[in-house]
Design a protein around this ligand. Structure first.
Ligand code: FES
Length: 106
């Protein structure tokens, strides 16, 4: 599943993420910089913050209450499009998706 991670400087990393992996894992496994994922995806660090634009966000399940709570603690600006990438599971439906990386994670 092709996912493009876009850094704040506009540089793009287009990588092939295994279906079933999280967006966070996809970045880590492909050496995409800009997502730390310190807690390994157990929803305690908020260093996997990304921005998902509405056209893609509408294809995702809504964030659960734990994710919403943790989003309060992100380092970079929190926007309506803010999500934690460890909570987004990659599916074939997301092929071609773009996610924006925040300025910083920590
Ligand atoms: Fe820690 Fe997502 S990787 S909350």
């Amino acid at each position: 599943v092709w996912i493009t991670y876009v850094a704040t400087d506009g540089s793009e990393s287009r990588v092939d993420v295994r279906s079933g992996d999280s967006l966070m894992m996809g970045a880590i496994l492909n050496n995409v910089r800009g997502i730390d994922g310190e807690c390994g995806g157990c929803l305690s660090c908020a260093t996997c913050h990304v921005y998902v634009e509405p056209e893609w966000a509408q294809r995702l399940p809504e964030p659960d209450s734990m994710e919403i709570e943790l989003l309060e603690g992100v380092m970079a600006e929190r926007r309506p499009s803010s999500r934690l990438s460890c909570q987004i599971s990659v599916t074939a439906e997301l092929d071609g998706m773009q996610v924006l990386l925040p300025e910083s994670q920590a």
